[in-house]
Design a protein around this ligand. Structure first.
Ligand SMILES: [Zn+2]
Length: 110
């Protein structure tokens, strides 16, 4: 049912990203993409959404906040913000991520 996703790169599931502590210092955090029921993990950051530079917005793709775990649909027609406010997408297709693009796990609907 998801033949097009056979090239999922499982080694991308674990990644070290730079995070910012509450006092402003940068620190390396390990990020693990969790399994989400009904979704397929594609990778971290914009490159997981397509070959074009930057994010490719597509309503069938979802991004997950590394902090609160909310999934946001990459739908360019509506505004959405995750529960903790660190991840947001607006109706112009712009994406804001407090923790940087590399912390964002990308999923497709399985
Ligand atoms: Zn969040």
């Amino acid at each position: 049912m998801s033949r097009a996703l056979s090239s999922v790169r499982f080694h991308d599931r674990f990644r070290l990203v730079l995070g910012r502590l509450s006092d402003g210092t940068l620190t390396a955090m390990s990020t693990t993409a969790p399994d989400v029921d009904g979704y397929q993990f594609l990778g971290f950051g914009p490159r997981a959404t397509g070959d074009a530079p930057g994010w490719t917005v597509h309503p069938g793709l979802f991004i997950r906040c590394a902090r609160c775990g909310d999934l946001l649909r990459l739908d360019p027609t509506c505004d959405a913000t995750c529960g903790c406010g660190r991840l947001a997408i607006d109706s112009g297709g712009r994406l804001g991520a407090t923790d940087g693009d590399g912390s964002i796990a990308v999923y497709s609907r399985g």
